[in-house]
Structures are given as structure tokens and as C-alpha cells.
Design a protein around this ligand. Sequence first.
Ligand code: CP
Ligand code: NVA
Length: 300
Amino acid sequence: MATRHFLSLLDLTPQELQQLIDRAIELKAMHKRREVHEPLKNRVLAMIFEKSSTRTRVSFEAGMTQLGGSALFLSPRDTQLGRGEPVEDSARVLSQMVDAVMIRTFEHATVETFAAHSEVPVINALTDFNHPCQLLADMQAYHEVRGSIQGKTVAWIGDGNNMCHSYINAARQWGFELRVACPEGYDPDAELVQANKDRVQIVRRPEDAVQGAHLVATDVWASMGQEEESAQRLGIFAPYQVSPQLMDKADPQALFMHCLPAHRGEEVSHDMLDDPRSVVWEEAGNRLHAQKALLEFLLR
Ligand code: CP
Ligand code: NVA
């Protein structure tokens, strides 16, 4: 059977994605009962991080250990990747030694090139283009608290960035309507929006996006790699802060999500993460369970 990769939510069918969410919920219950479940004994995950991470690194590493396997942390600082060894060569070599490779990098083409030359599954742990692993955790959190998201309305507030792109793919795969409120010039990728125009609508005012929405999500205004734009973005994005007052315009059952790390006083007000409608801590915790389900699926 051909090697399956997870570079985007579109690499799995809607049925497979929902199966992962259901499995993640089961694995979470098993974890809470401290049940030992080690289907990946002796299996090794290589984790290449070209950007910082707390949640992704810890959830993949802890997840592999809990499944009976292990994980290797590889940074460009102390591997030959950082000294210019081609991605293709690294993929050919590493994939003979480990059972799966997880990559967090800048250009999306890097994970695609790696996957094209890898004998083992490659997992995208965030690129400048998308962040599919985070969406598994977000969809799990929504399902746990409110049930199916199909036919619901989701509001994305802020930058049309990697997270926004994964929300667009999620809208297609889980069948929800997505309203993106972003400042002009910070729209999500035009081709991706066009390909999903039946599900995605771009608006300029956050109030128009959240009207009656069942889920409101946001992210930082300057992503990793955009540090020099931070000051300029602070001014441009100021009207896009998510607060309890903005949430009041959404559906009374609306939930709030943020992939974290968050900047209080910027994209979220100081009190937003602790608002009763916020599920950000459950969402973050679900990274562990959703990715364990993904590892089981790809390595079975
Ligand atoms: N949400 C997320 O991917 O967090 P980290 O950058 O800490 O991995
Ligand atoms: N958009 C953010 C997400 C971090 C998890 C970034 O790329 O930095």
C-alpha cells in the first residue's frame, strides 16, 4: 500500500478525519483511566523543528512514548539540515531509519519535497501555509462539547494565515460555513478561497463574521517568521481583537478557540481566554490525543 502522509487535511477523506476524532476521544478516555496502550512498540518518530514549539513538540513526544514508541528531536542547529544538506537527501536517509517523520518548517514546499522522497509517513507540524494537526485538536474539542460541526457557522477573526488556511480546509472536510474577517491585504490565499468559495466568505468587520456563529477562532497577528512586521501589524489588526463583547454577538452556544500561544491585549482581550465560552485549554490538551490517533492511523 502507498505510504500515506498528513501534509494537509485534504490528505485524508472526511470519513477518515471523523474516524480520527472519534478515536482521539477514545484515546483521551483511556489516558484518563491510565490504561496502557502500546501499539507502536519499538517505532520511532523523527521530529524536525525549524521553528519554536511547546505544544507540538511535547504532544508528539509524549504521545509516541505513551503508544510504546519513542521520538527524536532534531533541530537544524545540530543536524546537517541546518548546514545545507538537501531536503531530498535527508528524506531518503532518515526514512530508512525511523517509522515516521514530523516536520515544522517555513516553506510548505519543504514538507512536500520531504514526503516525495520519504519511504515513511510525513506529518506537517506547521508550515507558513497550514497547520493541519491543530485542526484535529480543534475539531475534537468542538465535537466533545457541542457534537457535530456539520452545517454550523465558524468565524475566523484576524490574519489570513496558516491556521486560517487549515480552517478553510476543515470547512470543506467537515462541512461547515466559514466567515473570515481580516484586514484588506491580509486575506487568506486567493486560490484556496476560490477553490472553496461555496464554503468560505471574506468580510472586513469582525461583527459581520461572528453574527450567529457557533465557533469563533483567532490566532496571533504576527506568525513565526513575521517578527519584524509585529509593530506595523499591531496597528492594522487592532479592530480585530476577540473579546467577550464580540462573542456576545455570536450564537449563545458559541465556543471560542485559539491554537496558542496567545497575546493577551492583542488578538484576545485580557479576559477572553478565561471566559466560560473559551475552550482553549481543552483544545490545547487535545493535541496529545488527536495526534496519537493520527500516529496510530499512519503507522498501523
Ligand atoms: N499551537 C501550537 O502549534 O503550539 P506550539 O507552537 O507551542 O507547538
Ligand atoms: N500562526 C502561528 C501559529 C502558531 C502555532 C504561527 O505560525 O506562528
